[in-house]
Design a protein around this ligand. Structure first.
Ligand code: G3P
Ligand code: MG
Length: 238
């Protein structure tokens, strides 16, 4: 197994603001050995951890993440929206801060390459350039251009392809990219899809599971791991 049976989703999104260092620390605190976070590009091509196309939901400002630079990103509060006051002042982290945080906590890190406007090639290159070591790192994406661009520089890093629904012709791309895992949306998951991927020797990870009985059912079906916003709740049955 490449990752772990339970992976903190967007850090630990049920307990702390998503894609923040506080969230990564919370994932470790509740017992995770791996976390996932979304890496995206700013206007000046700085790589930060952020999920949405817009700033509106997870910061105190509005606008597009792709249109601000790092100096502007530094001024945003990415924790106040979470509600209870504990995370006021939390910043949007640099990808490099996320990597350092995971290394310090001895957490594996699934970096999802998150694109919104066809910037996959640039994002793949930028993230590849930042990984001086790929130990305990797995890079994944929905975006084939991002993965292809990443793979050009990083020949050995474990790589996962994300699908909402496994397409018929998935194996060609997985072979071309030397993908080690396939990440599937729980909503469209089937036993056939799990078996098809597992038959090629690849791991299957499923997002997003916050219900312990449902996670247990998926493990019994052969799934290697689940992404969870509430990893501690899912762990009760691990
Ligand atoms: O990487 C798995 C999962 O995070 C993909 O969906 O939208 O939460 O990034 P999303
Ligand atoms: Mg993600």
């Amino acid at each position: 197994m490449l990752m772990a049976p339970i992976i903190g989703h967007r850090g630990c999104a049920g307990h702390a603001p998503e894609n923040t260092l506080a969230g990564i620390r919370d994932a470790e605190r509740v017992g995770c050995r791996w976390v996932e976070a979304d890496a995206t590009l700013l206007a000046d091509e700085t790589v930060v951890l952020f999920h949405d196309d817009t700033l509106d939901r997870c910061t105190d400002k509005s606008g597009f993440i792709r249109e601000i630079d790092w100096i502007e990103a530094l001024k945003l509060d990415a924790g106040r929206w979470f509600g209870d006051g504990r995370f006021v002042g939390e910043r949007i982290p640099l990808l490099s801060d996320g990597i350092d945080c995971c290394r310090a906590l001895k957490l594996g890190f699934n970096i999802e390459l998150k694109t919104h406007r066809g910037e996959g090639e640039h994002l793949g290159q930028a993230v590849a350039a930042q990984l001086s070591s790929t130990e305990n790192i797995l890079v994944s994406s929905y975006d084939q251009n991002a993965l292809t661009s990443f793979r050009k520089t990083q020949n050995d890093c474990p790589l996962g392809i994300i699908y909402d629904d496994l397409p018929k012709d998935w194996i060609k791309l997985a072979d071309d990219l030397k993908a080690a895992s396939i990440h599937l949306w729980a909503k469209h998951l089937s036993k056939e899809a799990i078996d098809e991927v597992k038959a090629t020797g690849r791991d299957v990870y499923v997002f997003t599971l916050n219900d312990r009985l449902e996670a247990k059912r998926l493990w019994a079906m052969g799934v290697d791991g689940v992404f969870s916003d509430l990893p501690d709740c899912v762990m009760l049955e691990a």
